[in-house]
Design a protein around this ligand. Structure first.
Ligand SMILES: [Zn+2]
Length: 263
């Protein structure tokens, strides 16, 4: 109970700060409070610190790419579709699997910690890869065909983005090693993050729905561009970037669990 209250207090303070910085929308801030409270209450301060490191570093990269690329970025990044910050749907797409793992941990379910760390490494790698990739001077290549695509196209990869994602996975794995000194947990978390980043890109290139603006011709994830609805060009209806994020974090959790069994 005390854990829940402390978690609620800390999550509210951090979400209010993020809301003030326009990193979260109003409903995004409420979702972030729910995610933070559940993870702090079930997993304790070490779990909450992993979540905080994901959130702070991802927000920093978003801010850096925003400053660096300015308006150009607005047309690209999924996180910039809402100029007021990340929405509740985006927060939940990142937070659903970690929260499920934290609740499982609270009930004493085996494998909950490696699942949580795997999912967090997956989300961190994906966010770092996206934001660092937007800073790349070169055109991304589609992970499936190698064809050059516009920046921001789901499934497009760059050297810089991939390196950033690997570094993000490494950051969560190393934080895990500080809190739970186990080399196999480090390796499992790292592998979960790196493989999930590639799964995210492959799903982004294949089943994720993509749109094209009939006015300006830009390809992207936006349902509206140039003040008019865009046309769906590929992917499966309803498989949004958020759906792909849930699948990729689920993959990360699965790799985390498998690694804890086999490594
Ligand atoms: Zn347009």
């Amino acid at each position: 109970m005390e854990g829940a209250l402390l978690g609620l207090g800390l999550s509210t303070a951090i979400s209010a700060l993020a809301r003030w910085q326009r990193l979260l929308t109003r409903d995004g801030a409420i979702a972030a409070i729910a995610v933070g409270t559940a993870i702090f209450a079930s997993g304790g301060w070490r779990w909450a610190t992993v979540l905080l490191v994901f959130f702070v570093t991802s927000s920093l990269w978003t801010r850096i790419s925003h400053v660096w690329k300015g308006q150009e970025r607005e047309n690209w990044a999924p996180s910039a579709r809402e100029p007021e910050g990340r929405t509740a749907a985006q927060v939940m797409a990142n937070g659903a699997i970690p929260v499920a793992a934290a609740l499982a941990y609270g009930f004493g379910v085996a494998g909950a910690l490696p699942a949580f760390l795997g999912a967090m490494a997956a989300m961190t790698a994906d966010t770092w890869a996206t934001e660092v990739g937007l800073l790349s001077p070169s055109m991304p290549r589609l992970i499936t065909t190698g064809e050059r695509v516009e920046p921001g196209r789901s499934g497009g990869v760059t050297f810089e983005g991939t390196a950033g994602g690997i570094l993000g996975a490494c950051t969560i794995a190393t934080l895990a090693l500080l809190f739970w000194p186990s080399p196999s947990l480090w390796l499992g978390t790292f592998l979960a993050g790196v493989t999930a980043m590639f799964i995210d890109s492959i799903l982004g290139a294949t089943i994720q729905e993509g749109f094209r603006c009939p006015a300006c011709g830009r390809e992207g994830e936006r349902a509206v561009c140039c003040n008019r609805p865009t046309e769906r060009r590929r992917g499966i209806r309803g498989i949004t970037n958020n759906a792909v994020n849930v699948l990729a974090s689920g993959w990360g959790a699965a790799v985390g669990i498998a690694s804890s069994v086999f490594l």
